[in-house]
Ligand binder design. Sequence first.
Ligand code: NAP
Length: 292
Amino acid sequence: MPHTVSIVGAGRVGRTLGKRLRESGWRLGAVVTRSLSTARAAVRAIGAGEPHSALNCQSMESDLILLTLTENALPEVAEKLAALGRDECRGKIVLHTSGVLDRTVLAPLAKQGASTGSLHPMQTFGGRAMPSLDGVVFGIEGDAKARRMAHRLARELGGVSVRIDGTRKPAYHAAAALVSGHALGLVEAAAAILMDIGFTRRGAVRALLHLMRQMLDNEERLGPQAAWTGPIARGDYEAVAKHIAALRDYPREFSESYAALAVLSGRVLSKEPSATLKQLESVLNTSTGGQK
Ligand SMILES: NC(=O)c1ccc[n+]([C@@H]2O[C@H](COP(=O)([O-])OP(=O)(O)OC[C@H]3O[C@@H](n4cnc5c(N)ncnc54)[C@H](OP(=O)(O)O)[C@@H]3O)[C@@H](O)[C@H]2O)c1
């Protein structure tokens, strides 16, 4: 008999996981959001489930309860579910999908006898499109029963599970944020510079994504040393100084971020980090002032 799953917080992540689980044979129970219209929309996107505009006893009726809510709502929702579920909690598995929090946020449910853990897809879910989960790494942690379920879910969703120490989740999530949200900030800042010198937005984004894709391909195929190009890799610190001078025409975060990333690249990519950092320090120390 297939298992049942409730989705509490059916936004971008909840809809995608719900739909993929339905496709792999799970039965959908309650689909909970904060209004009936968003709950109905989520049920349509998932293709099954019972829409609810608030937490209620039905939320805890499934074998598995996936809490795909924003982090700040998790403590209150865990408290409410534990109060609603009471004895129903025993034997249930509750997993959340936060990257930064571990299972301790679900302590009220664990106290009532539920198995608790987290299952974080290292994937970005933006807008309405549901991204592929094939090959996606799911960071998992929790008690033994919750981990077994998280491992099974990751596999059924087409991904791979990696066990993480719950106390290291902030570091785990910082790594993901560096290459996802923060890298997007870099693309937008670089696009703004290109647009300032005459590119159209479309042309700027196309040029930068082309460059980035090849860099990512080189990293994957050749490894970081061979993939590293640009002035710091060549030891051309005059070019670095010219970059910093040019970036003074932009808000100060542009040159500050450039400087911080130059140092980071020197630290993690250079074969001789201390020599590279010393050179960078002298260039960066002489290139300050006159910011917007
Ligand atoms: N987005 C990503 O790329 C990504 C990737 C990996 C992990 N995650 C994690 O997954 C979780 C969900 O992220 P998301 O991007 O899917 O968020 P989201 O799109 O903002 O969706 C959040 C959902 O939770 C519902 N909700 C909020 N408070 C609620 C409450 N008290 N009771 C019931 N439902 C409530 C919202 O209802 P309404 O629809 O009615 O507003 C919405 O459906 C977060 O912990 C996030 O860190 C996100």
